[in-house]
Design a binder for this molecule. Structure first.
Ligand code: SF4
Length: 278
């Protein structure tokens, strides 16, 4: 009985191996057929393996080959972009013949890895130098093209330092920020679109407000954008300080309450304290 089970298990294992092998072979040949210029690695690897091991006519286009072709044929643009990549695939398919595929494949990969390097191409020793666009036009440094740099978005806001008191007993108004978003849940100075809007708000809220000065901007980099905060310091009337609440409080600069502040705001308060501007 045990022997029967063993035989059955062996037969199942053999069947599974055969199925897996068939699936891998099918996937491999599909990948080579799918060598259509898409930015996949698998078609490149499959093509390179077949070209080198069986001398079959398959194209390869790794980073080294892209660099050699971009320079030799003067192909501008970022090789990872769809259009340039398609151009490179067309070019690479056009340059090799049916004969000597393995030698060509090895040669173009070696050329890119040893002579046509990214920063120091050895053009005087290179067998391509007489017909190479980059070498003839002195454009080795600009080919292949680079990915265009993404311009980081930037925002600006006015930061209101509304203060009461003076001579070491100043308090500045801070508000709790919404739980979601920038500095979520922390306490910070109120922000406005402009200095004018900030002062008008002060007058409405506290009755009187006198602008004292503008302070140097604070630049802060968030993950997806840069923020420039332009602080203005405003002196509010004595009555303003009575309006503390759950979402708003007057922060005593010389006896700070235990609330969480963003680092740039903490540094600003420290500057106000140490320079005696509050
Ligand atoms: S001549 Fe220079 S730039 Fe052109 S392929 Fe050779 S090493 Fe590269």
């Amino acid at each position: 009985m045990d022997r029967l089970r063993l035989l059955r298990a062996r037969a199942q294992l053999a069947g599974m191996r055969e199925n897996v092998g068939r699936a891998v072979r099918r996937s491999f040949s599909n990948s080579v057929r799918a060598d259509d210029g898409a930015s996949w690695h698998w078609p490149f690897h499959a093509g390179a393996i077949l070209a080198l091991s069986r001398d079959e006519r398959h194209s390869i286009l790794d980073g080294n080959v892209k660099r050699v072709l971009s320079r030799t044929f003067g192909i501008d643009g970022d090789p990872s972009s769809k259009a340039v990549l398609a151009h490179l695939w067309d070019t690479v398919r056009g340059v090799h013949t049916d004969a000597g595929v393995a030698a060509y494949t090895q040669a173009i990969m070696d050329l890119g890895a040893t002579l046509c390097t990214r920063t120091r191409p050895a053009c005087t020793m290179c067998p391509m130098n007489e017909g190479c666009v980059a070498a003839l036009q002195g454009r080795q440094a600009e080919l292949p093209g680079r990915k265009p740099k993404r311009i980081r978005p930037s925002r600006e806001a006015t930061l209101l330092i509304a203060q009461t008191g003076s001579n070491g007993s100043s308090a500045v108004l801070v508000e709790r920020r919404p739980a979601a978003g920038l500095w979520g849940g922390l306490w910070s100075l109120p922000q406005f679109e402009s200095a004018r809007e900030a002062i008008e708000w002060c007058v409405t809220e506290f009755g009187d407000a006198v602008e004292l000065r503008s302070l140097p901007p604070i630049d802060h980099a968030f993950t997806h954008f840069d923020l420039r905060l332009k602080p203005i310091q405003v002196q509010c009337g004595a009555k303003a300080a009575v309006r503390d609440g759950a979402e708003r409080l007057w922060y005593q600069l010389n006896a700070p309450p235990r609330v969480g502040l963003p680092q740039p705001i903490l540094r600003l308060f420290e500057r106000l304290r140490t320079t005696g501007m509050a």
